[in-house]
Ligand binder design. Structure first.
Ligand code: PMP
Ligand code: GLN
Length: 378
């Protein structure tokens, strides 16, 4: 058998979570909360089931939920997506990414990917016959070199993928970044795939610069979101994408072929829950407290860091502790110290950045305290 993805291994998230389980370790590797999702939201799911919403919903998603997604984009970013034909509910943002890339990338097409990058982008591009063009983010704060992006564009460039707030680095794109991107894309027919799953996890009063805030970007953009990330229930695997109709109609073809439609009762519950905007507007403060709590606890450790500006991840540099590479150190940390984290080099080009680990701080205070105690003793 010839593999269609010979270079693709089991995801680092599966690997580290499995190791954490095997070694009975604290798991700050794969990004998910270890506290419960709001009981009100759980009750809404139960209510939806009791009300008989247990069969296929419309393929594009429950109408009420699409309306709420549209309303959220309008009120937060000033751009209106038509819920009928410009919003689709997907099985997590992962499916939205897969459908988008599959819908537009053809054999020989190039897709610009900024590294380090979330691990699903490149295999999906390759599966579609496309070629990822990797561009390394620069410096300790992982800035985009837009000149380099511009130089990488060829007649074969089909798409560029951005991710803000950024996994794994916790950086966010500024308004200036978005305007530079807009300028570069103007006059081309390059599609923008904007992964904004951490849109509500942004700190220090920073604004989320959604592609939807920039009409000239929005007209060529597919924006992906994730309710799992937003509402502390990654296991419900529900997300969405929004895009202008001429793009969305192609994405929906792939969506119907891959899953047809997404779990019904959860969609009903999210639609109700979204009626109270504080459910997402309170998230920056909630997660900033967690970030600060974690960083305070590790004062006095030998790790160095730049505080995360968004997502629920914090990178820690361990070069003051050991010269071994991040993969070895991460594995030793699980085995010997019972703490799991993600080595950053696996998302990078040529295993650069190999003295950083990513820690997920979407955890209870008690878990953060235990993790910090281990980190302070290294
Ligand atoms: N994009 C990024 C950057 C992510 O970190 C994740 C992880 N959840 C996803 C997409 C996928 O989101 P979902 O869990 O909703 O499929
Ligand atoms: N997005 C999550 C992370 O970065 C993991 C999702 C997954 O396991 N595929 O940790």
């Amino acid at each position: 058998l010839t593999s269609k993805l010979p270079g693709t291994k089991t995801s680092i998230f599966s690997k580290m979570s499995k190791m954490a389980q095997e070694h009975d370790a604290l798991n700050l590797s794969q990004g998910f909360p270890n506290f419960e999702t709001d009981s009100k939201l759980q009750e809404l799911v139960t209510k939806a089931m009791e009300n008989g919403h247990n069969q296929y919903p419309p393929d594009a998603g429950v109408v009420e939920l699409r309306e709420m997604i549209s309303e959220k984009f309008r009120s937060l970013y000033g751009y209106t997506y038509n819920p009928n034909n410009e919003v689709t509910v997907t099985s997590g943002a992962t499916e939205a990414l897969f459908c988008t890339i599959s819908a537009f990338v053809k054999k020989g097409d190039e897709v610009i990917v900024l590294k380090p990058a979330y691990d699903s982008y490149e295999p999906t591009i390759q599966l579609a016959g496309g070629k990822p063009i990797q561009i390394q983010l620069k410096g300790q704060d992982y800035k985009v070199d837009w000149q380099e992006v511009k130089s990488a564009i060829t007649s074969r460039t089909r798409m560029i993928i951005i991710n803000t707030p950024h996994n794994p680095t916790g950086t966010v794109l500024s308004k200036e970044d978005m305007l530079q991107l807009q300028q570069i894309l103007e006059g081309t027919n390059i599609i923008l795939l904007s992964d904004e799953v951490y849109q509500h996890l942004i700190f220090d009063q920073l604004e989320h610069n959604s592609a939807a805030r920039f009409p000239k970007l929005a007209e060529r953009a597919i924006i992906c979101g994730s309710f799992g990330k937003t509402f502390h229930n990654t296991g419900w695997k529900t997300g969405y994408c929004v895009a202008p109709e001429f793009l969305m109609q192609e994405i929906r073809k792939i969506h119907e072929l891959t899953v047809f439609s997404v779990n019904h009762p959860m969609q009903r519950a999210y639609a109700e829950y979204l009626k109270e905007p504080e459910h997402y507007l309170e998230l920056p403060e909630f997660y900033q407290k967690k970030r600060d709590y974690f960083l305070n606890l590790i004062q006095g450790s030998r790790f160095t860091y730049i505080p995360s500006k968004g997502t629920y991840f914090q990178l820690l540099n361990f070069s003051g502790i050991t010269s071994e590479n991040d993969v070895n150190f991460a594995e030793r940390l699980v085995r010997e110290y019972k703490l799991a984290a993600i080595p950053v080099s696996v998302f990078n080009i040529n295993q650069q950045d190999n003295s950083q680990l990513r820690f997920c701080f979407a955890k209870t205070d008690e878990t953060l305290e235990k993790a910090a105690e281990i980190l302070c003793n290294l």
